[in-house]
Write a protein that binds this ligand. Structure first.
Ligand code: SF4
Length: 363
């Protein structure tokens, strides 16, 4: 079976108020050295883990891959491909932020084979974008989506839910606008206030109060609007027009193998799950430390497939339930589950508490 290839670019133009991802402020010198480190990483993973499959999905994420100076991505990909073969026709996604997804960047991405762009729009309300510390405004966001469509990319747009100043009308408008601009895929993520972020300080100062009930209303308002626009929800946080689902993410959710390159990137190969240390300086100096997260068994892998499956439209199929040792009848005796099309599902009305349900009944 083909692999997914993930490449982590840990640089951003500035740091958003809510962010606790592994990333740092863009530094040209470090960015220029990054391709050689990626090659070292690819060579090492390929040898150490005996990679002999090719990749049919590639996902460049971050951070903000579009902050890289022109030419860096091309060099990085050429070096990586010496060790990991990328199939013709692979789904090839690059994340980007609206302010750095310029005409020149769009042409560069096209030139290196990217065919899908995932844009961190997050909101179309300027007051919200400013509160989140985003480096773009709504005009730039819409222009970036238009530009991506014009250049022939398949386009996905992210929105955050439960953020400052957001209304139900905003989230409905987001779905409508993205559809009219030509985005084929939407991802919606609930805001989490992480300790030590600027947003955490805002909460402490009383400038913003997260409201779980209102966030749930926003989620269902967005879900309805997205469906009205023709986007089907295929995972708790992801909607797509028919056939436009992200194949790379589906690989994560169905127990597929993926190689993660870059500082802080995660991999799963067979029953081994590991990640590279979150230390960009060490990484570019060639000191690539791998940390084992888990040695799985067939049964724990099946259990993981159940967990991910329950978050998706496909559900957890009967065969996987058996392999994971899940007692289907016991679960169907609770109010939370249904069994349709030979798979177990969490009912729509419980989707937002699916994590709690999974912890209580599956793990
Ligand atoms: S652009 Fe994304 S990764 Fe970078 S700081 Fe903002 S949220 Fe974090």
């Amino acid at each position: 079976m083909s692999l997914g290839l993930y490449i982590h670019i840990p640089f951003c133009r500035s740091i958003c108020a809510y962010c606790d991802f592994f990333r740092g402020v863009y530094d040209r010198e470090k960015a220029e050295k990054y391709p050689a480190a990626l090659e070292c990483d690819a060579r090492d993973i390929s040898k150490s883990y005996g990679i002999n499959s090719s990749a049919d999905t590639v996902y460049i994420g971050g951070g903000t891959p579009t902050v890289l100076p022109n030419g860096v991505l091309e060099r990085a990909l050429a070096m990586i491909k010496k060790h990991i073969f990328v199939e013709d026709g692979a789904e090839f996604t690059c994340e980007g932020n609206p302010e750095s997804f310029t005409e020149e960047k769009a042409r560069e991405l096209k030139g290196v084979g990217v065919n899908r762009v995932s844009l961190g729009v997050q909101s179309l309300c300027d007051k919200t974008l400013a509160a989140l510390g985003r480096a773009h405004d709504s005009y730039q966001a819409k222009a970036a989506v238009e530009r991506a469509v014009k250049h022939g990319f398949r386009v996905s747009a992210d929105i955050m839910l439960g953020v400052p100043f957001q209304t139900q009308a905003d989230v409905r408008e987001f779905a409508r606008t993205m559809r009219s601009l030509g985005a084929e895929h939407l991802s919606a993520y609930m805001l989490t206030v992480h300790k030590g972020t600027q947003l955490d300080d805002m909460v402490k100062r009383g400038e913003f109060t997260p409201d779980d009930d209102f966030s749930a209303d926003l989620y269902y308002a967005f879900d309805n609007a997205a469906r009205e626009q023709g986007y089907g929800r295929y995972e708790v946080s992801n909607w797509a027009l028919a056939g436009a689902e992200c194949r790379h993410n589906i690989k994560y959710w169905t127990g597929g193998d993926y190689v993660g390159l870059g500082a802080g990137a995660y991999s799963k190969i067979g029953l081994r799950r590991f990640h590279t240390a979150e230390d960009t300086d060490a990484y570019i100096s060639g000191n690539i430390a791998r940390i084992t997260d888990e040695e799985m068994t067939e049964s724990s892998l099946a259990q993981e497939k159940v967990v991910f499956g329950l978050r998706t439209r496909m559900g957890a199929d009967a065969e996987v339930l058996t392999a994971a040792g899940v007692d289907r009848e016991k679960l169907l005796a609770t109010p939370y589950f249904t069994f349709e099309n030979n798979a177990l599902h969490i009912k729509d009305e419980y989707l937002l508490i699916s994590d709690g349900i999974i912890v209580k009944y599956i793990l």
